[in-house]
Design a protein around this ligand. Structure first.
Ligand code: OAD
Length: 242
């Protein structure tokens, strides 16, 4: 029988790389109210502020490196797939540390800072280069300006939901790491996995909102906890069907 491991990551997994989480800073995100910088209304009200905010975060990607948690997840993916098991990594993070660590089966449900999007024609492009906070960029296709970061803001639809719900409903093992469990629909995946009969594991510094007694809670920094947990999971998995 083969296993299907689904891992959901949040800001805590990148905290050990030096990126700030959202709620550990008291509801402020790098000094801003989340609704000022992470909503379509905020963008319409003050595009210069929002662009500057994301450009600084896009520039910061070049200053940080994947940590042991990102590396362990990429390694687990390679090993499980090679052994004939299923693996899906779902991230709420908009940084690119999972892909830089080598993860390939990765669903960025809240989008990514590594891409920009045109609100007029819908085009998106990969861009890690143009990070000047004072310079708006125009769409090469239709000329519309300004381009926006290709991230999901509050009030917008998270991505890959059908795929994410299908994978979670089929999970034999579900790990939620570094997420406070308050932003839905991501926060509902743990319950969905439980209902599907998966064994559930939760890592965070403090117990998240959606933790229940039947989840195995592993407190501590993801860069320490995840490599050990993932090694343990890999050892426990059944051999795949011949
Ligand atoms: P939060 O900032 O809400 O939660 C971070 C979680 O990580 C908390 O549970 C901390 O205990 C935990 N944590 C902090 N440092 C850690 C570490 N070193 N190792 C392990 N855990 C650690 O971040 P998210 O849950 O990811 O959405 O936030 C969810 C969404 O809210 C984000 O994707 C974003 C935000 O608004 C959008 O932008 C749409």
């Amino acid at each position: 029988m083969s296993a299907h491991v689904v891992v959901l990551t949040g800001a805590g997994v990148s905290a050990d790389s030096g990126l700030a989480t959202f709620r550990d800073a008291g509801g402020l995100w790098e000094g801003h109210a989340i609704e000022d910088v992470a909503t379509p209304e905020g963008w319409r009200r003050d595009p210069a502020l929002v662009w500057r905010f994301y450009q600084l975060r896009r520039a910061a990607l070049a200053e940080v490196q994947p940590n042991a948690a990102h590396q362990a997840l990429a390694q687990l993916e390679r090993r499980l797939l090679a052994a004939g098991h299923g693996f899906t990594l779902v991230t709420q993070n908009v940084d690119d540390l999972h892909e830089r660590a080598g993860s390939r089966r990765l669903l960025h449900m809240h989008g990514t800072l590594a891409r920009l999007a045109c609100e007029a024609c819908g085009a998106t492009l990969e861009d890690r280069e143009h990070t000047d906070p004072a310079t708006f960029l125009a769409c090469a296709g239709c000329g519309h300006a300004p381009l926006r970061p290709d991230v999901v803001w509050f009030g917008e639809m998270p991505r890959f939901l059908d795929e994410i719900f299908a994978a979670t409903s089929a999970a034999t093992h579900f790990v939620a790491a570094g997420t406070s469990g308050v932003v839905y629909p991501a926060a509902g995946l743990l319950a969905l996995a439980r209902e599907a009969g998966a064994r559930t594991f939760v890592n965070a510094l403090v117990a998240p909102e959606n933790l229940e007694a039947r989840d195995r809670f592993l407190p501590g920094p993801a860069a320490q906890v995840l490599p050990a947990l993932l090694r343990e999971l890999e050892r426990e998995l059944p051999p795949p069907a011949a």
